[in-house]
Design a protein around this ligand. Structure first.
Ligand code: CA
Ligand code: ZN
Length: 292
């Protein structure tokens, strides 16, 4: 069980576990407030942001080197019996039309209940990725290394692909959500502690610039930036390159395909916010034609 945590993605973080490709790993994770907000009278304004978004790990993947791809098969996600959602001052489109408030919601029988309405629990991993090449990226921020990708599709059964930038890759994850809508408008989902079982894999010497997510029926590229147009550009270029390479098409045909059969979706866009928005650009999975 991997339970010690860090607050940044950093090639200088000391690995807490060495793993072989194919090994099954279990991560025990705190919620994004380090489990420090437990009651509705505890407001985010009294929380120390240095303790936000802990990620469990990092794991040193044997044989992983810059220029490789680390894969993470998410096998299962177990979540605790209750979660917390908070509004954040000056975050999100309704920041000037809300109170700073904390809600604690209980889970039972696969559902949670909000003001008398039942919502299905759909556990997902918010923070997941590998160390950047250099420097330190707080776990609350997304980037080309992964990080706070906040996709509701990062769930059991999905497989994520990350570009390895340092020896051993230094994989870590945390920030589970029991429920979250695309966009995560107020800046939090139903933040919750839990356990994730994942199998890490290694694809040698294969270029990737941004994280990719493989779901049951689609391939997605996930890209982020404070500027929506830039995030869209990064995701589109990465997808164009992957399609061209996998299908043997030129860049223009890849562009046509993206326009005809690609879907642009939002992971997290609680703007205005100091955290870059994250979008995902997806294409259908075609049998016998893997994108990676
Ligand atoms: Ca998050
Ligand atoms: Zn979260």
């Amino acid at each position: 069980m991997i339970s010690s945590c860090v607050y940044a993605f950093d090639p200088k973080n000391r690995p807490v576990k060495d793993a072989e490709p194919g090994e099954t790993l279990t991560f025990e994770t705190l919620d994004c407030f380090s489990n420090e907000i437990q009651k509705e009278d505890q407001l985010i304004t009294s929380f120390d942001y240095n303790r936000a978004n802990p990620a469990s790990g990092p794991v040193y993947l044997t044989g992983a080197e810059p220029g490789d791809i680390l894969t993470a098969d998410i096998k299962s996600i177990e979540v605790a019996g209750h979660g917390v959602v908070t509004t954040l001052p000056e975050v999100g489109p309704l920041a000037d039309r809300m109170a700073v408030r904390t809600k604690v919601l209980k889970l039972s029988g696969g559902y949670t209940e909000f003001n008398g309405l039942k919502m299905p629990v759909r556990p997902m991993v918010g923070v997941i990725g590998v160390a950047p090449e250099k420097g330190s990226v707080p776990c609350g921020f997304p980037g080309s290394h992964g990080g706070n990708l906040d996709s509701k599709l990062m769930e059991a059964g999905a497989k994520a692909y990350f570009p390895v930038r340092t020896a051993g890759a230094l994989f870590q994850l945390g920030d589970l959500h029991a429920v979250m809508g695309d966009g995560e408008l107020c800046g939090t989902g139903l933040e919750i502690a839990g356990k994730v079982t994942a199998v890490l894999g290694l694809i040698k010497k294969t270029r990737l610039d941004w994280p990719v997510l493989e779901t049951a029926d689609k391939w997605y590229v996930m890209a982020s930036d404070l500027d929506y147009t830039k995030a869209l550009t990064w995701a589109s270029r990465q997808m164009q390159e992957l399609i061209s390479k996998a299908y043997g098409w030129d860049v223009t045909d890849a562009y046509f395909y993206l326009s005809l059969w690609g879907d642009l979706e939002i992971n997290q866009a609680c703007q205005p916010c100091p955290v870059p928005l994250v979008l995902r650009l997806g294409i259908p999975k075609i049998p016998g034609k893997p994108l990676i």
